[in-house]
Design a protein around this ligand. Structure first.
Ligand code: NDP
Ligand code: MG
Length: 386
């Protein structure tokens, strides 16, 4: 029986690489459903190629267009809207759901997939940033395994295979440092979105590329690691590793350090999430350690304020990471639309953290209300040019 996979966000960077993996192993995997936000043409092309049972476009205004593009393929069901995303992941034949959409929008369908006992291949880290406690509780109650796709978390996951309950001393979470690793504060004040979109080692969607430049991405990954591996943030050390070869590592109680290395290629963790516990052949470049000296540096928390704010959010707990995520989504878009400068992103996030009411309740309604309020506050600050 072929494994049936739902890909949420199939038109994005992770989504398209996941489809490459699936087409390499079409004897093992079948696409049950593909989804996108608004890019109907790309979604229709993918549907034509992979013949899923269903496609969903989140933007309801694009429904007719998508339906028209697939009118000669009546076997593919076409749906639109957020509710349709929540419902499709529950479909009985689906074995695995790859959450590869970007942002807070991933939260609701991920919850529905967990409640339907699906295996979650988790790329959408924002879900764990916003609602880590709730997601982990639901995953355990519903026996829904969460397999990380994020390269660092996949590396940690791989380092933990076979370790049972062996005590962990710390997690070494690596970061490329992004394009501005060696910039001064003066230089950071004037960088443009074009500069920020030029990531040195990874080709990713625009939102995560900006988050990588500001290092908010690494802050989010600390939160993601905390929930996935049940480890305190004080035991997670962020290391700048410009080559992106050691994807992260675990230090155990005897001083042993186990890590996972490889060339930066997201198809590796995507494929492993689909095939775990097995490994399958993957065409691609192989690591040549003679060509890649490995370097490690400490991150600069003053220059990369967003990373420090993420640590602060973890310390406060409750809805604070949700506030940071919402404010970050606003300033990230603001920066991409030239509505704010690079350093202003951290300033607005910090002010939003101070203004939105703190809550220690970890339920869905609290996250929804917090997200809306933090977006409103951050948007207001952005308009005021703060
Ligand atoms: P992209 O921007 O390349 O793709 C995002 C996908 O999500 C697209 O299919 C997009 O549709 C869809 N989408 C966007 N907004 C919504 C919405 N509101 N509702 C439903 N679908 C939506 O992102 P990436 O592939 O780079 O990243 C996806 C996720 O994976 C993020 O959470 C990111 O942090 C994480 N991740 C990514 C990595 C990477 O290498 N790219 C590495 C590790 C984690 P459309 O095309 O129509 O806009
Ligand atoms: Mg990562």
């Amino acid at each position: 029986m072929k494994k049936q996979i739902a890909i949420l966000g199939s038109t994005g960077s992770i989504g398209t690489q996941a489809l490459e993996v699936i087409s390499e192993h079409s004897d093992m995997f079948e696409v049950y459903c593909l989804t996108a936000n608004s890019r109907v043409k790309e979604l229709a092309d993918q549907a034509r190629r992979f013949m899923p049972a269903a496609v969903v476009i989140a933007d309801e205004n694009r429904y007719e267009e998508l339906k028209g593009l697939l009118s000669d393929l009546p076997d593919i069901k076409v749906y639109a809207g957020k509710k349709a995303l929540d419902e499709i992941v529950e479909a009985y034949p689906i074995d695995m759901v790859l959450t590869a959409m970007v942002g807070f929008a991933g939260l609701s369908p991920t919850i529905h997939a967990i409640k339907a006992h699906k295996i979650i291949c988790l790329a959408n880290k924002e879900t764990l940033v916003v609602a880590g406690e709730l997601i982990c509780r639901l995953a355990s109650e519903n026996d829904a395994p969460i397999i990380p796709v994020d390269s660092e978390h996949s590396a940690i996951f791989q380092s933990l295979i076979g370790e049972g309950d062996n005590p962990i001393e710390k997690i070494l979470l690596t970061a490329s440092g992004g394009p501005f690793r060696n910039y001064t504060m003066e230089q950071l004040a004037t960088v443009t979105k074009a500069d920020a979109l030029r990531h040195p080692t990874w080709h990713m969607g625009a939102k995560i590329t900006i988050d990588s430049a500001s290092m908010m991405n690494k802050g989010f990954e600390v939160i993601e690691a905390k929930w996935l591996f049940g480890i305190g943030a004080d035991k997670i050390q962020v290391l700048i590793h410009p080559q992106s070869i050691l994807h992260s590592a675990v230090q155990f109680c005897d001083g042993s350090v186990k890590g996972q290395l490889g060339v930066p290629d997201m198809r590796i963790p995507i494929q492993l999430a689909f095939t775990y516990p097995d490994r399958l052949h993957l065409n691609g470049e192989r690591l040549d350690l003679l060509k890649h000296p490995l370097e490690f540096f400490e991150p600069d928390l003053e220059k990369f304020r967003c990373l420090a704010l993420a640590f602060e959010a973890i310390r406060k707990g409750g809805n604070m990471p949700c506030i940071v995520n919402a404010a970050n989504e606003i300033v990230n878009r603001g920066f991409l639309e030239d509505r704010c400068g690079f350093l202003q992103m951290g300033e607005i996030i910090e002010k939003t953290m101070n203004r939105v009411a703190f809550s220690s309740v970890s339920d869905y309604d609290t996250y929804i209300a917090t997200d809306a309020e933090a977006r409103r506050v951050a948007e207001e600050l952005l308009k005021q040019g703060k």
